[in-house]
Design a protein around this ligand. Structure first.
Ligand SMILES: C[S@@+](CC[C@H](N)C(=O)[O-])C[C@H]1O[C@@H](n2cnc3c(N)ncnc32)[C@H](O)[C@@H]1O
Length: 163
């Protein structure tokens, strides 16, 4: 599979999984966490399919166009391993969906980051809340894997439900 094919598969997987979460979480109250703004592609899709939810974005440095940048009060800037645990005081048990597409080109570093972040997720998610992650290492204690929609290629998104 070429790099172009892999990129297309990853973006399709993100879109389909975000839309599956929007359908599954209609009756599940809570805010949305976006870990990793990047160019704002998935942030923009999240706000389209969750128009009535607050979307809180965690990002080290914003490099995207203003149109795809969250308002200042929806953006938590800094190293996510520091900012995410700090956010517990404000968002404990109040998040319906965490979308984690965070990291860089180093796959091993991304695996470590996913594993380190995973220890915090259960404190944020409401019962039945979802995690969509770019790494399998994001599985967290007490979570149940959710089967991927059949149209999603393997190894791009991993879905988990909070107990
Ligand atoms: C793959 S991009 C996100 C792409 C985004 N989902 C989109 O659709 O445009 C990953 C982002 O994670 C951010 N990032 C990586 N490591 C981070 C860290 N330790 N703390 C905060 N942000 C981080 C990077 O700056 C980058 O913007």
């Amino acid at each position: 599979m070429s790099r172009l094919d892999q990129t297309i598969a990853r973006l399709q997987a993100q879109k389909i999984c975000i839309e599956a979460a929007a359908t599954a979480l209609v009756q599940t109250p809570g805010v949305i966490f976006e870990l990793g703004l990047g160019s704002g592609r998935t942030f923009d899709h999240l706000r389209e399919v969750f128009p009535d939810r607050s979307i809180i974005v965690f990002e080290r440095v914003v490099e995207t166009a203003a149109a795809y940048t969250p308002a200042a009060d929806q953006l938590i800037l800094g190293e996510v391993l520091t900012t995410l645990p700090q956010a517990v005081s404000q968002f404990a048990a109040s998040v319906a969906l965490i979308h984690a597409d965070i990291g860089g080109p180093d796959h091993q570093a991304n695996a470590h980051l996913a594993e380190s972040l995973s220890q915090h997720y259960s404190r944020f998610l409401v019962a039945g809340g979802w995690l969509i992650a770019n790494r399998a290492e994001a599985a967290f204690a007490g979570s149940t894997p959710i089967a991927l929609p059949t149209t999603v290629a393997d190894d791009h998104c991993y879905l988990f439900r909070s107990a």
